[in-house]
Design a protein around this ligand. Structure first.
Ligand code: PZK
Length: 294
């Protein structure tokens, strides 16, 4: 139904990620439509059923962050399309779709970490460094870093896992000027966003940005989704400070992950999520949105 509605409005499917879909318009080659679904993935599988409202909530959070970051002192350009003569977005996807300008994307995932967790924690345990950045000894999972670090990843072809790389490798991939611009913009945005989140009782542990160049102006432009719980790790500041076993429980699909880990041996097709898990997960997304945008 959704694909039909989009096609009737001239939108052709371009490609799909695990949880989002990208469309092109026959009459507007300079634009794209990013449509967030209610799909949720964990342990590399897309699960059934979806989380009602997830696509709309994450889209609302992205839009809110784009607006915050576009205003003020260190404003950053973003890919949202505005103005006259734009094509219709079907009402049925409007709340989970972003109409964007087509950019020349840089093949670098711009990850910033203020805390050590996830793949950074794994790499640290093996090397005491992350993406070539040496770190102090004795850090534990979830510890705050002395200062936020830029830990880029190379965007692997669709379906493959992104690969952590050194800053020097990004210089080879995109050139020295762009590599430095990506790093500096990422660290600046992270500083702004984490301060704002902290004021609302939420720790922004890490996040991933994607940038492209605007083909008309050449300006470095923030793309993709931004600072959502799919692209970021958010923790509850109160739980973190209390130091209990749930102190690193993410404001995302943590409930789904925990349930799956207890009910699935990770072979074959994952089981269907119970209604209670779906409801609690939706509530968690809702709470993050309410807190951050309060
Ligand atoms: C673009 N993606 C990732 C997002 C998917 C895949 N403004 C832009 N211009 C050109 N390309 C992209 C964007 C953006 N955003 C983003 N891949 C290309 C992606 C959503 C669904 F399947």
């Amino acid at each position: 139904m959704t694909a039909d509605a989009l096609r009737e409005h001239g939108w052709q499917h371009a490609y799909s990620g695990k949880v989002r879909d990208l469309y092109e318009h026959e009459d507007h080659p300079a634009l794209m439509l990013v449509v967030a679904s209610d799909r949720v993935s964990a342990f590399d599988h897309v699960l059934e059923p979806g989380i009602p409202g997830k696509g709309a909530m994450l889209t609302e959070l992205s839009r809110w962050w784009f607006a915050q970051l576009a205003s003020g002192e260190h404003s950053v350009a973003n890919h949202l399309a505005t103005g006259d003569g734009l094509p219709d977005v079907p009402a049925e996807v409007a709340d989970r779709a972003m109409l964007v300008r087509r950019l020349t994307m840089h093949p670098v995932e711009c990850v910033v970490r203020g805390y050590l967790s996830g793949s950074g924690w794994l790499e640290y345990q093996a090397t005491q460094s992350v993406c070539g950045i040496p770190l102090p000894a004795g850090l534990r999972d979830g510890d705050r870093l002395p200062e936020p670090i830029y830990t880029p990843a190379w965007k692997a072809p669709l379906g493959e896992h992104d690969e952590n790389v050194t800053f020097e490798r990004t210089v080879e991939l995109v050139g020295a000027v762009t590599a430095a611009a990506l790093r500096d913009a990422s660290l600046a945005i992270f500083a702004r966003a984490s301060a704002l989140a902290a004021a609302r009782g939420v720790i922004l542990a890490d996040t991933k940005f994607e940038f492209g160049d605007d083909p008309t102006t050449g300006a470095l432009t923030l793309a993709d989704e931004v600072l959502t719980s799919d692209s970021s790790r958010y923790w509850d500041a109160t739980l973190y400070a209390a130091g209990g076993p749930d102190r690193l429980s993410s404001f995302d699909k943590q409930i789904v992950r925990d349930w799956l880990a207890a009910h699935w041996d990770r072979t074959g097709t994952p089981p269907t999520l119970p209604a209670e898990i779906v409801t609690r997960t939706a509530a968690r997304y809702r709470e993050l949105l309410a807190r951050v945008t309060a």
